[in-house]
Ligand binder design. Structure first.
Ligand code: NAP
Length: 199
C-alpha cells in the first residue's frame, strides 16, 4: 500500500521549517509524495489579516521548486467556504483510490485542536496524522486528543534543526530585517516584489 502525505497549513508565508518537516516526514514514514495544500479560508479565525490565498499558493510553488516528490494543490483555495480538512481528505481519497494511506501533516498545536474541527471522527478514520513539534513542545494537549479519539493514529515528528514560524517571518519583514536562510530565495524575492507583510 503506498502512502501519500497531505501537508496542510496556511503557509503565510512558507519557510524552511515547513520544508524541512515535510522532507523529514517523507523519509521517516516512507511517503511516496507530499502534497502541500495551502488553505483557502482558514477555518479558525486568525489574529492577523491572512494574505490572499493566491499569493500563499504561489510562494508554496516557488518553495518546493523541483523536488520530485513534492507537489501542491489548489483544492482548498478553489473550494468555496472554510477549508475543512475532512473535505480535503475525502476528495483526495476519491482521487487516489482506496489503495493509498493518507497522512495529514501539520503543526502539533493545530492537531491538538482536532476535536474542534469538522467531523473529527470521520477524519481520524480516514487518515493518520503527523504532528510536527517544536523543541520543548508540551505533549499533554495531544494526549487529550488521543484520549478523546481513541482510534486516532497520531505520530509525532520532532522537526530537527529549523525553529522558525511564519509569525516570526512576518515580523522580521515588518521590521525590515533579513529573511536570508529562513525561507527559499525565490520566496524572499516574491515577498519583496509584492510588498507582502509591510503595513
Ligand atoms: P495554525 O494554527 O496557524 O498553526 C499552528 C502551529 O502549527 C503554528 O506553530 C504553525 O507554524 C504550525 N504549522 C502549521 N502548518 C504546519 C505544517 N504544515 N507543518 C509544520 N508546522 C505547521 O494552523 P493553520 O495553518 O491554521 O492550520 C493547520 C492545518 O490544519 C491547515 O491545513 C488547516 O486547514 C487545518 N485545520 C483544519 C480545521 C478544520 O478542518 N476544521 C481547523 C483548523 C485547522 P507556522 O505559523 O510557522 O506555519
Amino acid at each position: 500500500m503506498s502512502r501519500v502525505g497531505i501537508m496542510g497549513g496556511t503557509f503565510d508565508p512558507i519557510h524552511f521549517g515547513h520544508l524541512s518537516a515535510a522532507e523529514q516526514a517523507r523519509v521517516r514514514f516512507g511517503l511516496e509524495r507530499v502534497i502541500f495544500v495551502p488553505n483557502g479560508q482558514p477555518p479558525h479565525k486568525k489574529s492577523y489579516p491572512v494574505t490572499p490565498a493566491e499569493h500563499r499558493y504561489n510562494m508554496v510553488r516557488l518553495a518546493i521548486g523541483s523536488h520530485p516528490d513534492f507537489d501542491t494543490s489548489r483544492m482548498e483555495m478553489d473550494r468555496p467556504g472554510p477549508s475543512y480538512a475532512v473535505d480535503t481528505v475525502r476528495a483526495l481519497r476519491e482521487e487516489l483510490g482506496g489503495g493509498v494511506e493518507l497522512y495529514f501533516i501539520t503543526g502539533a498545536d493545530a492537531i491538538a485542536e482536532i476535536l474542534t474541527w469538522r467531523a473529527p471522527e470521520e477524519l481520524a478514520e480516514s487518515c493518520d496524522f503527523i504532528a510536527v513539534t517544536r523543541p520543548g513542545y508540551d505533549l499533554r494537549p495531544l494526549q487529550s486528543v488521543t484520549d478523546s479519539l481513541p482510534g486516532a493514529r497520531v505520530h509525532l515528528l520532532d522537526a530537527v534543526g529549523v525553529d522558525i514560524s511564519s509569525t516570526e517571518v512576518r515580523a522580521r519583514v515588518e521590521r525590515g530585517e533579513s529573511l536570508r536562510y529562513l525561507a527559499p530565495t525565490p520566496v524572499v524575492r516574491y515577498i519583496t516584489t509584492h510588498e507582502l507583510y509591510v503595513s
